[in-house]
Design a protein around this ligand. Sequence first.
Ligand code: ZN
Ligand code: ZN
Length: 306
Amino acid sequence: MPGPGEIRVQVEACGVCRTDLHVVDGELENPRVPIVPGHEIVGRVEALGSGVLSVRVGQRVGIPWLGHACGHCFYCGSGRENLCDTPTFTGYTRDGGYATHTIADAAFVFPLDETADAVALAPLLCAGLIGWRTLKLAGPGKAVGLYGFGAAAHIVAQVCRWQGRDVYAFTRPGDGAAQDFARSLGAVWAGGSDQRPPTELEAALIFAPVGALVPAALRAVRKGGRVICGGIHMSDIPAFAYRLLWEERSVASVANLTRQDGTEFLKVAGEAGVKTQTTAYPLARANEALADLREGRMQGAAVLVP
Ligand SMILES: [Zn+2]
Ligand SMILES: [Zn+2]
């Protein structure tokens, strides 16, 4: 049963995120074990804990990665609840959506379109939302590189195009299918991450968990360019010459999300007409979905359906 301030949600669909791979592979610190993964949850509210007034039974909600933030630490007090000192994270430190039902903090869920396809909505809850935060940190530059053209990039590319930016998509070298997919979503250029784009970039967003992409992206951005790492985990970044960072290039990471990011992004996704490409798997085949993601065997996002 949901506790005070919590809700029980019947899961309609749950997206499979690369972070879930890091969780099951034990690559993140201080996990709660055992844990039910999954933090791109679309579902219907089934029961309310005491004191919950913000949602009603039967309403469709989205449950994101940020499961709870304390509301009173240094970061929460300065509009940065994504950096909260004592957060909980859905599918990492509290049970998530690889399930038929889940419990969420009612204050950290988002109302969702009641009639849209649940599978199509699920990837917006992390790939879309973290992609949006990553894009915001990259600034307003027109020429944007996306390194790793998976679930996040395929959404960000559509947002960039809607904003009038030019997308340069970088995939695993030789991955022609992913490059075609990027072009079909409006990328003006697509190539391997070992290639240089035809023009200097103003910003680069890195979604692949590959540290070697950091110096590669620094090489591709012009003076003042920003390189933003959107993932929670990455292999080590190889040493590189200071001249790659020189001339006010910068590297930063994005951590988690604020509820403000979610509200903003869900509005943008609607206005931009973002269409996700998904592959649905029955919940019982969750391990197969994770394996396919690991091997890059799908375009867009995998989504589990209980
Ligand atoms: Zn995620
Ligand atoms: Zn806090």
